[in-house]
Write a protein that binds this ligand. Structure first.
Ligand code: ADP
Ligand code: MG
Length: 268
């Protein structure tokens, strides 16, 4: 009787494990999501102007995904929906497997890096003050912040002597690198970037791409980068989505984007 029970228990246990394996179901307690962000059936309008129509898309964990599309196609709106700055009229945002909690939006935003084209460094604060700001707001120990600031400055190849300078004393490219350091100070698992390099010249951009990919190699995170620039997307992104007329016109990986070059550029 006892043996029979043991046999039944063992075979059922194996069957359950087999089922979990075959259906790729993660046992409860293991928070290892393939997708960092999932947008389900997002629709959003500003007044009568419908910008996004039933958009469903997921962004893979620790990969760089670009959001491509011409000006006014809703790229920035989509990015702001991901970090809760805009609450969509319809649909759901799932972050790391949980629905976005709009009641705790401020603590959530501390965990999401955000970089925009205008950099947004505070002009009256030194570079050091700007980069360490979120560390101070979230009351991290001073030494820990100092070490992290130094680590990031090294990654983007900014000399430590710049910490006492003010933003206007740095070039556009250097300011954008300081902006990157600020966004990554708290090691956010998700980094959102809205046309961050659009105002930089071609050569400066190449340098920054190199720094960004270098950081991504050293500490991988999920990066969603809005850009209209096909070449930027090819250089940086593992995956892309192309938004047009409020919908996803195409999506895929780098090789899919290579074959779409002509179609994309003629649609801009
Ligand atoms: P993109 O980033 O692709 O250029 P946006 O997401 O910024 O496009 O904007 C999409 C459309 O929504 C545009 O027509 C824009 O004018 C409009 N829009 C964006 N934000 C607002 C807003 N806060 N109020 C009204 N209309 C807006
Ligand atoms: Mg925009």
């Amino acid at each position: 009787m006892c043996c029979r029970f043991l046999f039944f228990f063992q075979s059922s246990y194996k069957a359950v494990l087999n089922y979990l394996y075959c259906h790729r179901i993660k046992p409860i307690g293991v928070t290892n999501y393939t997708n960092s962000v999932e947008l389900n059936h997002i629709t959003h309008s500003f007044g009568d102007h419908r910008v996004l129509s039933d958009v469903s898309v997921s962004f893979k964990k620790n990969k760089i995904t670009s959001i491509l599309g011409k000006s006014g196609s809703g790229k920035s709106t989509l990015l702001q929906i991901i970090n809760g700055m805009i609450q969509p009229n319809e649909g759901h945002v799932i972050l790391e497997g949980k629905p976005l909690d709009y009641k705790n939006i401020y603590s959530l935003r501390l965990q999401i890096g955000y970089v925009v084209q205008s950099v947004g460094l505070f002009p009256h604060m030194t570079i050091g003050g700007n980069i360490s700001l979120l560390g101070k707001i979230s009351k991290k120990p001073k030494k820990e912040i100092e070490l992290r600031v130094e680590e990031l400055m090294k990654m983007v190849r900014l000399p430590l002597s710049y910490l006492d300078k003010y933003p206007h004393q740095l070039s556009g490219g250097e300011q954008q690198r300081a902006g990157l350091c600020r966004a990554m100070l708290l090691r956010p698992s998700l980094l959102l970037m809205d046309e961050p390099f659009a105002s930089l010249d071609h050569e400066t951009k190449q340098g920054i791409y190199h720094h960004l990919l270098d950081i991504q190699n050293k500490e991988s995170r999920t990066i969603v980068i809005v850009t209209h620039d096909w070449e930027e997307s090819i250089k940086l992104a593992d995956h892309f989505i192309w938004i047009a007329d409020g919908k996803i016109k195409a999506s895929g990986d780098k090789s899919d984007l290579v074959s779409l070059k002509g179609t994309y550029l003629s649609a801009l």
